[in-house]
Ligand binder design. Structure first.
Ligand code: ZN
Length: 193
């Protein structure tokens, strides 16, 4: 993979892995699929390999991504879903013609109608978003506790108490900040005594 592109943050949930291709939305936003070819890379590692992607398809992918982000955020907050986001998600879901197929080993794979059908891949992602926003799957939509992130993520922990979209990044950063604050407090109180 070319070193100049930021790495992907891949989770277990397709729809929120997709929205995580734009991170730090409330801080210095980082676009992880800045080019059509980078979207092709992301689709490949997400089980939705396509041969190519046009600039227009790349644009549509980002439109779907932002609509999923808006609807998932509203759902996590218990607010009404934005009608425009719902319309976009539904459109993409309806346009996709991917078929779920079983491998001989018994795994589910997606078969796209053609090798260049980014629309089919987006349809799968839209349907995945619908299933988590509709509350069909075992888990809870929540917002990342990091103030510069606030990404919607799908919490499947048993206690439903996960606080960060990603432990390795947002979670770690918060822990370090708390640890440093604690160290400073200890130092300050040592000076006083
Ligand atoms: Zn986060």
């Amino acid at each position: 993979m070319p070193a100049q592109f930021p790495e992907f943050r891949l989770g277990k949930v397709l729809a929120t892995s997709f929205t995580a291709t734009l991170t730090e939305r409330r801080g210095d936003a980082l676009e992880r699929i800045p080019t059509p070819s980078r979207l092709v890379d992301w689709l490949a590692v997400s089980g939705l390999a396509v041969e190519s992607c046009t600039a227009a398809q790349h644009e549509r992918a980002r439109e779907l991504r932002e609509s999923i982000h808006a609807a998932a955020t509203a759902a996590a907050l218990g607010e009404p879903l934005p009608a425009s986001a719902v319309a976009v998600i539904n459109d993409y879901s309806a346009q996709g013609r991917a078929a779920a197929v079983l491998t001989p080993e018994g795994n589910r794979q997606w078969r796209l109608s053609s090798a260049s059908s980014v629309e089919d891949a987006l349809g799968v992602i839209a349907a995945d978003a619908i299933s988590i926003i509709a509350g069909e799957r075992d888990g809870r939509l929540a917002l990342c506790a990091s103030p510069t992130c606030q990404a919607a993520f799908f919490d499947t922990s048993r206690s439903r108490s996960r606080r960060w979209c990603d432990m390795g990044t947002c979670g770690n950063r918060e822990k370090k900040a708390r640890f440093n604050a604690h160290k400073q407090e200890v130092r300050a109180s040592a000076k006083q005594s």
